[in-house]
Design a protein around this ligand. Structure first.
Ligand code: PGA
Length: 250
């Protein structure tokens, strides 16, 4: 793993209530440690906790992000939704888009592309998730799928300096199964190759997500092309999350 600007994204999914904020105290102290000045810690709690997270992390090196948004950049009659403008307005800096759990709920590549564009307009940094399902992997379609998700998701976008690509094989999310180091390396190199056809390679940052934990981080960090990790389940436990961060940088 590269030592420069490493990212650790905590994706809390649909977990957490106000009391859960108490648990991030030690992560806040860790983020303020000078030796970690090249580490970016980003919490993505549910919408209901975003404002509280922004307030709580104000004097720390932690940033806050949303887990999704509606594709329309303007306000509108969309019951139950919020847009990138609203997310920016409450002090978020990041947003996760294209997560497979939202793709299966109806987010197509075209919708994700609109969400990315509206979020870029608001100057949010984007964590853009891509990844193949187990069926696609078994049918040797991984590269075709990744290429399609990248091309369509980033259609019309000229600059990716505010976009982090997170490779998340769907079969690895929440399952405890991670790709073999060689396999993962190969996929990351492929993703970089696709991206470098349209974007300056200096700006390409790739994260890995899917069952990252304190035990497998030692293997995962060996992959030098990786710029960080998107952590789901393990990030809800501050001890595990801190352990992952510490083990990655040591
Ligand atoms: P997981 O989730 O770490 O629980 O597998 C990762 C993700 O969904 O981004």
């Amino acid at each position: 793993m590269t030592n420069n600007n490493i990212y650790f994204i905590a994706n809390w999914k649909m977990y957490g209530v106000i009391e859960s904020l108490k648990t991030i105290k030690n992560v806040i102290s860790l983020s303020n440690n000078r030796s970690l000045n090249k580490v970016n810690i980003i919490y993505c709690p549910p919408y209901t906790l975003l404002r509280e997270f922004v307030k709580k992390t104000k004097n720390s090196n932690i940033s806050v992000g949303a887990q999704n948004c509606h594709q329309q950049s303007d306000y509108g009659s969309y019951t139950g939704h919020i847009n990138s403008k609203m997310i920016k307005n409450i002090g978020c800096k990041y947003i996760i888009l294209g997560h497979s759990e939202n793709r299966i709920m109806g987010d197509t590549d075209e919708i994700i592309n609109k969400k990315i564009k509206s979020s870029l307009k608001e100057n949010l940094k984007i964590i853009f998730c891509i990844g193949e399902t187990l069926k696609q992997k078994k049918n040797n379609q991984t590269n075709v799928i990744l290429k399609k998700q990248i091309k369509k998701g980033l259609k019309g976008i000229k600059n990716i300096s505010n976009i982090l690509i997170s490779y998340e094989p769907v079969w690895s999310i929440g399952t405890g199964i991670i790709p073999k180091v060689d396999e993962l390396k190969k996929q990351i190199v492929f993703i970089k190759k696709i991206l470098s056809q349209n974007f300056s390679s200096k700006k390409i940052k790739i994260l890995y997500g899917g069952s990252v934990n304190q035990a497998n981080i030692k293997n995962l960090k060996q992959i030098e092309q990786i710029n960080g990790f998107l952590v789901g389940g393990a990030s809800q436990n501050h001890k595990k999350f801190i352990d992952i961060i510490k083990k990655s940088i040591n």
